[in-house]
Ligand binder design. Structure first.
Ligand SMILES: CC(=O)SCCNC(=O)CCNC(=O)[C@H](O)C(C)(C)COP(=O)(O)OP(=O)(O)OC[C@H]1O[C@@H](n2cnc3c(N)ncnc32)[C@H](O)[C@@H]1OP(=O)(O)O
Ligand SMILES: CC(C)C(=O)C(=O)O
Length: 552
């Protein structure tokens, strides 16, 4: 790539790094979650949500269990203002939920924000100004001291407006573009704001350190967070918050390492909607915790339902590979994966182990509302006997003998390969029925009876191209007798190789299903399956099918 030197611009590693977070193995409890879907997510949509859509989305967030929700930027538009007024005036905010609003550090915007907040039972007022080198130089054209002054003026005005407005207010400050800011300058500006707000145990202040644009590898962000956490004044009365974006695709890693480094709170959105590549995805963060055995304190037990509301209201799509939510993230098409999953699932059923350990599946899809059927194993030309057999068993109760599974696996794979398409369970079942069940040419089974049970003398009625015939024979058992009749009639030479049967529940009725494999003189095995209410008849039908397949 050309111009690479253009990007060798460095980042702001703290002067002293203790890296204590590297010693921590895991996150042991959920952070305070704050959804910023209705603000950062909303401001990044092609068409921001209207009032009704915001109300429905708010309800969804409450149902999921968010206790802190940034509901908007009330000074931004009529809709934003009206939404906040509706929440307050119609008393739509549950007592255990705190709303949050964002404001720039500009007088008319702060005043408008408090106008919208009038009567709020509890709200976080979130003040921000940009502190990065780039914004200081290019956007604000101000010195560090002048940038601090913007923050201080805003912080003072927040305090004043809060005292003049009916409601309970908590303050939050973000040095916006924190990751592009010299770390000691970020620390200084936060401390200067804290000096004004004087946080206490009863009214702690939230300091939010955004990776507005993620610029470094996650360990650098974590080191920055640790440095801020260890050197910030009033630390015991500060709630340290993260607000990662995903420009480098590391939003989740940034948040996880940032939590290890001392952050207590995370701002993010469902499925990572937000500016550019998005905010950090709270669904992934929360379910990552869940996958480690930590209660995320958010309810994602019905991900498909959440996705459907999310997609309808934001007009965004959750991609097929999106962690946890994506259509394909629990699906295996490839044979060896399917085989391992199918075996893992039946091992689990047999042993009932305490911990989840099914190969290739990070968590049990059922726990987040995904189905085994149709979700886990899907069939195409990359699939194998394990997965194909699993689908037949799960959906149709057909438990094929292992060698027959292998034969059927190749049949199905070849169809998928020729047709260049995924095969649905009903198509797989159709192939099975056509290939093995009650095959009627060249000889169609009509009936059988035993003239003498002692020496298994049988009279078999069958139909072939010349009409219905009654044939007799004997054998060492009932099936052997019928097999001998068929071999003699068709001039075939085979040995019965495999026979299994099981009950098949179809609705309230139970049927018997039998599988037979016969080996010809050339060593090739031919398979047949019979299904009937009578177990012996199902075996005879299976034998006829196998024999017919041998002659095909
Ligand atoms: C990283 C983030 O996501 S931050 C949140 C960003 N979200 C949004 O901007 C969505 C909502 N915003 C809006 O609707 C509009 O920007 C408004 C209503 C807030 C302000 O609108 P306007 O004043 O018309 O325009 P605009 O946003 O371009 O204002 C830019 C001015 O504000 C200043 N400014 C921008 N941010 C801040 C801030 N946080 N504190 C103080 N001043 C600021 C700029 O320096 C610029 O100053 P100038 O007029 O001297 O050049
Ligand atoms: C206002 C701040 C927190 C923000 O949205 C960002 O930096 O991305």
């Amino acid at each position: 790539m050309k111009n690479v030197e253009k990007y060798a611009r460095g980042y702001f590693m703290p002067p002293k790094t203790s890296l204590k977070w590297t010693q921590k193995e895991s996150i042991t409890e959920a952070p305070i979650w704050c959804s910023v879907d209705l603000r950062d997510g909303n401001q990044a949509l092609i068409v921001p949500m209207n009032l009704e859509e915001k109300l429905e989305y708010f309800k969804l967030l409450v149902e999921i269990g968010f206790k802190e929700i940034e509901v908007g930027f009330p000074a931004a538009s009529e809709t934003e203002f009206a939404f906040l007024r509706t929440l307050i005036e119609q008393d739509l905010i549950p007592d255990d939920v705190t709303i949050q609003v964002l404001t720039q550090s500009r007088e008319h915007i702060i005043r408008k924000t408090f106008e919208a907040l009038q009567g709020a039972k509890k709200a976080v007022v979130h003040l921000y100004n940009s502190t990065s080198v780039a914004q200081r130089e290019q956007v604000f054209r101000k010195s560090k001291e002048e940038i601090i002054e913007i923050a201080i003026v805003g912080a003072k005005l927040l305090k004043q407006c809060a005292s003049e407005t009916e409601g309970n207010f908590q303050f939050q400050y973000s040095p916006e573009s924190f990751t592009g800011t010299e770390i000691d300058f970020a620390l200084e500006i936060c401390n200067r704001v804290l000096d004004i707000w004087q946080p206490t145990a009863e009214n702690p202040v939230i300091i939010n350190l955004p990776a507005t644009v993620s610029m470094s590898m996650p360990h650098v962000y974590a080191s920055q967070i640790e440095y801020m956490s260890e050197n910030m004044r009033y630390r015991e009365h500060v709630i340290l918050s993260l607000h990662p974006h995903n420009d480098r695709g590391t939003g989740v890693a940034d948040a996880e390492l940032g939590m290890l480094a001392g952050a207590q709170r995370v701002e993010g959105t469902l499925f990572g909607n937000g500016e550019r590549t998005g905010n950090v995805d709270i669904v992934t963060l929360a379910l990552n915790l869940y996958s480690h055995g930590v209660d995320p304190k958010l309810n994602f037990t019905n991900i498909p339902a959440i996705i459907s509301v999310y997609e309808r209201l934001t007009k965004m799509r959750v991609s097929e590979r999106h962690p946890y939510g994506g259509e394909l993230v629990f699906t295996a098409f490839s044979g060896s994966h399917q085989d391992a999953i199918a075996k893992g699932m039946s091992w689990r059923e047999e042993k009932n182990p305490q911990h989840w350990s099914v190969p290739y599946l990070l968590i049990d899809p059922k726990d987040i509302g995904r189905e085994y059927e149709g979700d886990i194993i899907r069939i195409n030309s990359q699939s194998g006997k394990g997965g194909i057999g699993y689908v037949l068993q799960l959906k149709y109760g057909l438990d094929l003998p292992p060698k027959m599974r292998e034969h059927f696996g190749y049949c199905v794979k070849n169809v998928s390969d020729r047709q260049q398409k995924e095969l649905m369970p009903d198509e797989i079942h159709d192939i099975f029925m056509k290939e093995y069940v009650n095959i009627k040419t060249p000889v169609e089974f009509v009936k059988y009876r035993f003239a003498d049970e002692e020496d298994f003398r049988t009279i078999v009625t069958l139909r072939d191209s010349s009409g219905v015939k009654e044939l007799t024979g004997t054998g060492s058992g009932r099936l052997d007798a019928i097999s001998n009749v068929l071999q003699a009639h068709l001039g075939l030479d085979y040995t019965d190789l495999i026979y299994t049967e099981h009950a098949l529940e179809t609705g309230s009725k139970s049927q018997a299903v039998s599988y037979i494999g016969i080996k010809g003189s050339n060593g090739k095995v031919h398979w047949g399956c019979g299904i009937d209410v009578d177990i012996m008849t199902s075996s005879v039908k299976a034998l006829f099918s196998a024999v017919n397949n041998m002659t095909r």
